[in-house]
Write a protein that binds this ligand. Structure first.
Ligand SMILES: Nc1ncnc2c1ncn2[C@@H]1O[C@H](COP(=O)(O)OP(=O)(O)OP(=O)(O)O)[C@@H](O)[C@H]1O
Length: 309
């Protein structure tokens, strides 16, 4: 069995509201799978169902071959889950938090000491061992939360927006850690709103309005026909003042989307209007580009909104 996580037509309803609608996917062992989608699209609810914390209304899933409903108690023991709220005890020290989670997973004595040392080494948090969790910075709290989530050496780890609100250096440190663990065979399911993080993942799923609307490698998603509508081309526009040009550009015929990326504008333009655009923007350099992941998701979202109107 090479699949660590599967969802099979997973559907979760809260009363008459469908939070997760017929979602299917599979994550291979050792993969880092990125999961994206707007707020409220159903990401956390899927994680909870896969961790055995929430019973699906229909459909189901597996973790390491175990059924998420029938084997929920075993799954809870075997997976690591770092929720958005981290689940740390702010009044306890770093060492006490780790010891507490070791106890929760039934690890004691020399095994607990050994494992504690390993996660301290791995996360580099040993220097704060005696500091209360509540007094750590966001980046260190997040590393402590990860240490607690993996204290029982889980083969599958769910991380729900693990890097929200932390600085780029701390984010990179966390990703280095994930790559290291994935190299050792640990499977990660990571939700994020950061496109650069999604691009680090082996494969990415995009959920919108409770449905999985795209799934694949970044390269595959960039080539999706839905993200590259017939008769359009994606261009990068270099100009001295991108902000000033953006408003004008959005009014021009044949420009379907335009947004600023650093010093450039990315635009989705109708092919037969491209020459006209070049003629009107003589001061700008216009070059064809492949869509960024953000371009892909924005275009997909617009398309779904259009077709559901
Ligand atoms: N226990 C619950 N009862 C009722 N509705 C719920 C419950 N849990 C979640 N929801 C709703 O289900 C939807 C999906 O929520 P979920 O937390 O899974 O979204 P998300 O994609 O993780 O969002 P975010 O990016 O903001 O974390 C939301 O509309 C939420 O309000």
């Amino acid at each position: 069995m090479t699949e660590a996580i599967t969802a099979d037509r997973l559907t979760i309803r809260f009363g008459s509201f469908t939070a997760v609608n017929d979602v299917s996917f599979a994550v291979r062992k050792g993969e880092i799978f990125g999961f994206l989608g707007p707020n409220g699209s159903g990401k956390t609810t899927i994680i909870k169902a896969l961790c055995g914390l929430l019973k699906p209304s229909s459909g189901g899933g597996t973790i390491l071959g175990m059924d998420v409903v029938k084997d929920a108690p075993e799954i809870k023991r075997r997976v690591g889950y770092m929720s958005q709220k981290f689940g740390l005890y702010e009044d306890l020290t770093v060492g006490e938090n780790i010891a507490f989670y070791a106890g929760v997973y039934g690890i004691s004595g020399t095994a607990a000491e050994q494992r504690k040392k390993e996660v301290l080494d791995l996360t580099g948090i040993e220097k704060y061992l005696d500091r209360r969790a509540g007094q750590l910075s966001g980046g260190w709290k997040q590393r402590l939360a990860l240490a607690c989530a993996i204290i029982h050496s889980p083969e599958v780890v769910f991380l729900d927006e693990p890097t929200a609100g932390i600085d780029p250096v701390a984010r990179r440190a966390l990703w280095d850690l994930l790559f290291r663990l994935s190299g050792e065979g640990v499977t990660f399911f990571v939700t994020t709103h950061y496109m650069d993080e999604a691009e680090r993942c082996g494969r990415v799923g995009y959920i919108y309005l409770s449905k999985l609307v795209a799934l694949g490698t970044v390269h595959e998603l960039q080539k999706l026909p839905e993200a590259n509508p017939d008769g359009t081309t994606r261009v990068q526009i270099a100009t001295d003042n991108a902000s000033a040009l953006l408003g004008r550009l959005r009014q021009m015929r044949g420009v379907r989307e335009a947004t600023i990326f650093g010093q450039f504008i990315h635009a989705l333009v109708e092919v037969d209007k491209l020459e006209e655009l070049r003629g009107r923007l003589t001061e700008a350099q216009i070059e064809p580009i492949v869509p960024s992941l953000e371009d892909v998701f924005v275009t997909l979202t617009y398309k779904i909104q259009e077709t559901s109107q």
